[in-house]
Design a binder for this molecule. Structure first.
Ligand SMILES: Nc1ncnc2c1ncn2[C@@H]1O[C@H](COP(=O)(O)OP(=O)(O)OP(=O)(O)O)[C@@H](O)[C@H]1O
Length: 255
């Protein structure tokens, strides 16, 4: 369980997060949505112990984030890639290196690890490029490699910051299915920052709507999308929320 308690953050006298309170249960799949600059990345960085809130705190299973992360399996996919794609490595190599810090030792992996990595590449539809060099990959292929790496260690907590920016529509759908499978198989708690309201509303357990304040934290079926769009993005906004099958797509206009 992640407890976000009275978290506020101020940058250069600007209030970026205003007294956020929320609880994310173990094995819950939660999406944080909100406009650019709403504080989404800042909030997940606080959850990861990467930045300190100005006030309030986050506890993960009752522990400070850094203490929890040191003792548990946590994967984080930041918005900006953490991989140097010009390294002279192949896709399969990067899947097998856990620690990307400079000078980390690349031990020869055992057969079981290689097989596990190849299965993950297959799951992400990129087994055919396992021997390609990193510099030869497209944006979407890089994104799939990063997602695959995140899941390899079967994390208890998976935090993804806009993982679908470079993905095509078909694989975007597949990614959500993989995440739901992961949550069901390994009880993974998943926090996903996204702008993709339509897709997340079909896959996640709960949507947290953030714009400096936490405006709502609800199951997708309980969300008033017209109100949400108006609160988050202002009036005069049109949005289509795609449901299963296009007959049930909803069109929302706030003006
Ligand atoms: N290191 C920093 N120093 C000063 N201000 C910052 C810093 N990082 C973020 N901010 C500011 O905090 C606010 C929230 O930024 P944040 O990256 O959390 O937003 P976001 O919701 O993730 O946005 P986006 O959807 O554009 O990624 C923005 O106004 C941003 O300019």
């Amino acid at each position: 369980m992640i407890e976000i308690q009275n978290v506020s953050l101020v940058y250069d006298k600007k209030l970026v997060l205003d007294n956020i309170n929320a609880v994310i249960k173990t094995s819950e799949f939660v999406s944080i949505i909100g406009p650019n600059g709403a504080g989404k990345t800042s909030l997940i960085k606080i959850m990861l112990g990467l930045i300190k809130p100005t006030s309030g705190k986050v506890l993960i299973e009752g522990k400070e984030p850094k203490e929890y992360i040191a003792k548990n399996k946590v994967s984080y996919l930041p918005q900006q890639t953490s991989i140097n794609w010009s390294m002279p490595l192949r896709v399969i190599d990067i899947m097998l290196i856990e620690n990307l810090k400079p000078f980390s030792v690349f031990k020869k992996p055992d057969k079981h690890k290689i097989e596990h990595a190849r299965l993950m590449l297959d799951r992400f539809g990129i087994l055919d490029i396992e021997n390609k060099y990193l510099k030869e990959l497209s944006g979407g292929q890089k994104q799939r490699v990063e997602l695959g790496r995140c899941l390899l260690k079967k994390p208890q907590l998976l935090i993804l910051d806009e993982p679908n920016t470079a993905l095509d529509a078909v694989f975007n759908e597949k990614m959500y299915n993989i995440l739901v499978e992961e949550k069901q198989k390994n009880n993974t708690t998943i926090i996903l920052v996204s702008h993709d309201i339509g897709a997340v509303s079909r896959f996640v357990d709960r949507i947290m709507c953030l714009n400096v304040k936490l405006h709502c934290s609800e199951k997708p079926e309980n969300i008033d999308y017209s109100k949400l769009v108006s609160v988050l993005y202002g009036s005069d906004t049109n949005i289509v929320v795609h449901s299963n099958g296009c007959e049930s797509c909803q069109f929302y206009k706030t003006k």
